[in-house]
Design a protein around this ligand. Structure first.
Ligand SMILES: Nc1ncnc2c1ncn2[C@@H]1O[C@H](COP(=O)(O)OP(=O)(O)OP(=O)(O)O)[C@@H](O)[C@H]1O
Ligand SMILES: [Mg+2]
Length: 355
């Protein structure tokens, strides 16, 4: 592989007297002064005098000033505006986690200026960040894979132990704790692996038509035990049938996460409303609860990996659910937004293309 030759920083083009601008301005001034003299001679010949002559001269210099301004603006745009715009857009991509961005400097060799060096530095920064990100995700994915087998062994043996000791034996209680912990860890490991795959764009959506209304109702019913236990009222405002083209198994993860969160964060006697409405080209699903809500400081972070606003409930999950939901919706061409008021409730709005 031939590596690009990166010039040394000391080779940066020194700021010097801009001869090209000087010659350009001089040329324009000489030319316009010549035309000015010619105009005066012509007006004398035509005996144009008084206010008309003054106005013609004023209009002429107005035109000349406009032309000079436009030429200088064009020069500044090419030299400064365009490269800084490119740098600013690339910085925006990097700040949003897209490290694939690369810039091509405007000049090469000895003509390179500080803006060109800034672009090269930005490319290097993106390269470094992307290799760190790859290392990190590979490491997490390898460790998670290694965890999978011992965890399923732990789970299996704990289940065996549970069934082989008498119900009132203390070992039964210990086996339950081991089985529950192993199940929680396996769930965490599976979520990490799924998220990693989604983030690395290793999954592609296998879209097929299916009834979204039926899927949402089934997901709500799946949590029946939990919402009945807390005496939560469920309101369903879902159409009888709404066929969309998407990946059913991935979307199931979205509704499961949103409904499980709503049930988890809504106190006894609260209510949850699941609504679905269709527009011309999309379908909008909202999950609203009258739960504890999310503070204004926490709201911007709820889609971050491992973020849990309420640390007292940290044992009831890993903070990966909404990160997964967001990645799934990105893959399926949808989006999610959250609105919430502390101690009043939250609304999660999912928008999906109908296709
Ligand atoms: N409906 C909700 N009401 C109040 N807070 C919520 C709601 N949904 C999410 N949150 C807040 O956002 C955090 C992140 O949610 P997320 O689903 O990613 O994680 P989790 O539910 O804690 O764990 P996991 O989904 O991995 O089991 C939650 O810990 C909670 O603080
Ligand atoms: Mg969750």
């Amino acid at each position: 592989m031939i590596l690009p030759v990166i010039p040394k920083r000391k080779d940066v083009r020194a700021s010097r007297f801009p001869f090209h601008i000087f010659w350009l301005v001089l040329g324009v001034l000489l030319l316009t002064t010549g035309i000015h003299v010619g105009l005066i001679v012509l007006m004398k010949k035509e005996q144009t005098e008084g206010w008309l002559a003054t106005h013609i001269i004023l209009a002429y210099w107005f035109g000349v000033s406009l032309l000079l301004t436009l030429i200088l603006r064009f020069k500044f745009k090419k030299t400064y505006d365009e490269p800084t715009k490119k740098i600013s857009e690339a910085m925006d991509c990097i700040s949003h986690g897209d490290f694939s961005v690369r810039l091509t400097p405007t000049h090469s060799g000895k003509k390179m200026d500080y803006l060109d060096f800034m672009m090269l530095d930005l490319n290097q920064m993106a390269e470094e960040l992307s290799s760190i990100e790859t290392l990190k995700t590979d490491f997490i994915s390898n460790v998670s894979h290694e965890f999978k087998t011992p965890l399923s062994l732990l789970n299996n043996y704990a289940t065996l132990l549970k069934s082989s000791v008498p119900k009132d034996d203390v070992c039964q209680e210990y086996a339950c704790v081991i089985a529950d912990s192993a199940a929680r860890m396996s769930e965490l490991v599976s979520n990490i692996l799924r998220l990693n795959k989604l983030e690395q764009h290793a999954l592609s959506a296998q879209k097929a038509p299916f009834d979204l209304s039926r899927q949402i109702c089934e997901c709500v019913i799946m949590f029946e035990n939990k919402w009945e236990e807390k005496n939560i009222e469920i309101n369903m405002e879902v159409e009888d049938r709404c066929v969309i083209r998407s990946e059913e198994s991935l979307l199931e993860m979205v509704w499961n996460n949103l409904i499980s969160n709503a049930v988890k964060f809504t106190p006894v006697g609260g209510s949850i409303t699941v609504a679905e409405r269709r527009t011309q080209d999309r379908v909008i699903v909202t999950v609203t609860d009258t739960g504890c809500g999310i503070s204004a400081e926490s709201l911007p972070h709820i889609f971050d990996k491992f973020y849990q606003a309420d640390r007292s409930r940290a044992t009831e999950g890993n903070g990966l659910g909404l990160a997964l939901v967001q990645q799934v919706l990105r893959l399926l061409g949808g989006s999610i937004t959250a609105e919430s008021e502390e101690n009043a409730g939250s609304t999660f709005t999912v928008t999906l293309p109908l296709e």
